[in-house]
Design a protein around this ligand. Structure first.
Ligand code: CUA
Length: 350
């Protein structure tokens, strides 16, 4: 007994409170962590950096939940610390029951009810249909890219791929369909997400409030290249949007440069037109993305790569290495000269 007491003595003699000193290194670590966490909230694909009415509501709900959960955590940890410090002694039964019923039933019921009311209050704003006369964009999710169908100024419609442009401060309704499996349409900076279900049409109304370039993604796992199914979103002033829409509705302009002209022949001769359409030419395929104005897009391979000649070369010759199981076959048999002309043609389709 005596020996045990002696061996416990050093532990019992330790100071009860741990001392914590703010060394320069620990300050630097915490500062780095804070900066890392804060920068994670910014960027073109952040629901916490809202640029649309729906996203603002969702961000408000997130912060209310995060701050509320933080406060509850502090109270619970505070009570746990208090419980560790008090001298154990018999408790009054009535006061114990009060703690169990109050902390275990009444408080959680109250908090969850408040949260439910908050969630239900913002719901109508997230699911409201766009007012009559609003812009409608049809979207088809395809493994693993996006087909966008816009109304053309002459009353018809025309097709684009992997890049959506919207006028700022106006509602837009997306009519969503799928060509194969379930995809999820989501532009985190602008609003909520909606699934695209085969055989059904769903819809989503977004209200962009700030000019800028954002990123949309597929939010439902849809196979090998699900993570490579993104698109650029450009929100612009109304006049710029109208000019862009008029330009995109037009057919492709015949290339004037000899190299690009040769590239258009390579394009047709190699069978690219069997899958891709270039309006105004013999290429009228509909399996792959429409390439009529490919050169004006920010990215290629559905947001996988920046739209540059080098990346386009990689995409044409080895698409499977960029997007596993993509339908696009690799054209590594093209000569360097043919490839260079093809790239000049495609980049010139603005
Ligand atoms: Cu489409 Cu995930």
């Amino acid at each position: 007994m005596h020996a045990v007491n002696q061996s416990l003595q050093p532990i019992l003699d330790r100071p009860r409170r741990a001392t914590f000193s703010w060394s320069r290194r620990s300050i630097a670590r915490w500062a780095l962590l804070a900066v890392t966490v804060c920068t994670g909230c910014q960027g073109p694909q952040s629901a916490l950096s809202p640029a649309g009415e729906g996203a603002e509501q969702i961000a408000a709900l997130f912060w209310a939940m995060a701050i509320g959960a933080g406060m509850i955590w502090l109270v619970v940890i505070g009570l746990a610390a208090y419980a560790l410090r008090i001298v154990p002694q018999p408790h009054d039964k009535r006061s114990s029951r009060r703690w169990v019923i109050g902390g275990g039933v009444i408080v959680p019921t109250l908090l969850l009810s408040i949260l439910l009311m908050f969630g239900l209050a913002i719901l109508p704003a997230l699911v409201r249909p766009a007012p009559e006369g609003s812009l409608h964009v049809e979207v088809v999710g395809v493994r693993w890219w996006w087909r966008f169908i816009y109304p053309s100024p002459d009353g018809g419609s025309f097709e684009l791929a992997n890049e959506v442009r919207l006028p700022v401060g106006e509602p837009v309704q997306f009519d969503l369909r799928s060509a194969d499996v379930i995809h999820g349409f989501w532009i985190p900076s602008l609003g909520g997400k909606v699934d695209m279900i085969p055989g059904r049409q769903t819809r989503l109304t977004l209200w962009p409030t700030a000019v800028g370039t954002y990123r949309g993604v597929c939010a439902e796992y849809c196979g090998a290249s699900h993570a490579k199914m993104a698109f650029d979103v450009v929100v612009m002033p109304r006049e710029e949007f109208d000019a862009w829409l008029r330009q995109q509705a037009q057919d492709a302009i015949d290339p004037s440069e000899p190299d690009a002209r040769r590239g258009s022949e390579v394009f047709l001769k190699s069978g690219c037109g069997g899958c891709h359409a270039v309006r105004g030419t013999a290429a009228d395929g509909s399996i792959g993305p429409d390439l009529t104005h490919f050169g004006s897009r920010h990215s290629l391979a559905a947001g996988s790569l920046e739209n540059s000649p080098d990346n386009l070369r990689r995409w044409i010759t080895e698409p499977q290495s960029i997007k596993p199981m993509a339908v696009m076959p690799g054209y590594h048999t093209l000569s360097d000269a043919d490839l260079a002309s093809l790239i000049a043609y495609l980049q010139g389709l603005e």
